[in-house]
Each structure stands twice: as C-alpha cells, then as structure tokens.
Design a binder for this molecule. Structure first.
Ligand SMILES: Nc1ncnc2c1ncn2[C@@H]1O[C@H](COP(=O)(O)OP(=O)(O)OP(=O)(O)O)[C@@H](O)[C@H]1O
Length: 193
C-alpha cells in the first residue's frame, strides 16, 4: 500500500497542507480533487519524490518506479512523438509498437515523426500521456492530464488510458468528477488548509 501520513507543508507563511493522509489503493485509480490551490500538485510531488514535506511520511514507495503527466507536457521539443516515448522505454521496444500506441491515442501518421514543437497543444498532450502511461512504473501520477483535449479526443484518450491503467496503481488529479466515474475511481477531496 502506498500511503501519505500526516503530511504538512508550508511555503513561507502559507500553510498549504496540514496533517493530510492519503491512501492509494493497490492496482486501482484514486482520484484526488479539491479547489485550486489546495495542494494537490504539491502532494503529488511528495509521491513522486520531487520534494520532501515539512512533516509526515511517504510509505510504500521505496525502490518503486514512478511516472507522471505533469500539468506542463515536459516534452523534448526537437524529438518526434515516437522519439519522446522511446526515451522512457527499453531500447528493445520497437518504434512500430510505440507508433501503434500513439495512433490508438489519436495521433495521425503525420504527427508521429516530426518534432513535437510542430504539433498542436492537444497533440502534444497526447504524446505526454502516452509517454507516461507506457513507462514501466509502479505508480502513475496524472495531474489534470486531459486538459486541452477536444471532446471526442478526450473520450478516445481516456478509453486508451483506462485500458492501459487496468490493474495499475494510479493517482489522477482532476476537477472533473465524470473522469472519476469513467475510471471507477475512489474519490478523495482535499480541502484548503
Ligand atoms: N514553489 C512554490 N513556492 C511558493 N508557493 C507555492 C509553490 N508551489 C505551490 N505553491 C502554492 O501552494 C499552493 C498549492 O499549490 P498546488 O499547485 O499544490 O495546488 P493545486 O491544488 O494543485 O491547485 P490547482 O487545482 O490550481 O492545480 C498554492 O497556493 C500555490 O501558490
């Protein structure tokens, strides 16, 4: 079980998190929601090992691999969609397999090989999602991953993510509770400290 216990954190005088507990169900999607600025991304950074809380404990993550979709795409601009995804995969995974998954997430052939700096916002978002989901990770953190996708595209990408996340421990941060229902997720609401 991955768990956060008694997490407190401040930025200067701004107390953002005050003794927060969060359990992530093994092999399931947990949705974390709550008002802007209540500390969802900050909490996820502790799970990812990108920051350390002022107080409290992160349990169950020793030696575990983690992957994330951040609110920003964090792509390598000069690489193609296939090149970006291959960065996180073993070199034995062929480009054709990566291209097939990118197509299933709605990218057309013309999007697969040009530098991602030449793709649209929604296309770039799909690359970031596919890269995180294809990475071999024990914990997947998705921070508002479907922002910027058109209505049909969102259904297509969510269908692909749901299939690929089956049986995986996943934290999905979102303001859209329809997404929680889609993933059959337990919902945790974080209040402002
Ligand atoms: N590096 C930082 N330095 C100072 N303050 C920060 C820093 N990172 C976050 N904060 C503050 O911490 C609070 C929580 O931010 P966080 O991004 O965790 O919220 P959130 O719940 O993810 O919000 P949103 O729903 O808008 O994405 C905000 O008030 C933010 O301004």
């Amino acid at each position: 079980m991955i768990a956060l216990r008694g997490i407190s954190h401040s930025f200067g005088a701004d107390v953002v998190l005050d003794t927060v507990d969060l359990d992530l169900d093994q092999g399931r999607v947990t949705v974390l929601t709550g008002p802007n600025g209540c500390g969802k991304t900050t909490l996820s950074r502790f799970l990812l090992g990108l920051a350390v809380p002022d107080a409290g404990e992160v349990r169950g993550l020793e030696g575990r691999r983690r992957a994330a979709v951040f609110q920003e795409n964090r792509l390598c601009e000069q690489l193609s969609a296939v090149g970006n995804v291959r960065l996180v995969l073993h070199r034995s995974v062929p480009s054709s397999a990566v291209a097939a998954e990118l197509r299933r997430a709605g990218l057309t052939d013309t999007c697969l090989t040009k530098p991602v700096r030449d793709l649209s916002g929604g296309q770039r978002r799909r690359v970031a999602i596919v890269r995180a989901v294809m990475a071999e990770a024990d914990l997947l953190v998705l921070d508002e991953p479907f922002t910027g996708l058109d209505t049909l595209g969102k259904v297509q990408v969510m269908t692909w993510v749901r299939e690929r996340c089956a049986g995986r421990t996943t934290l999905l941060i979102t303001h859209d509770l329809a997404e929680a229902r889609w993933f059959g997720a337990r919902v945790v609401t974080l209040a402002r400290a």
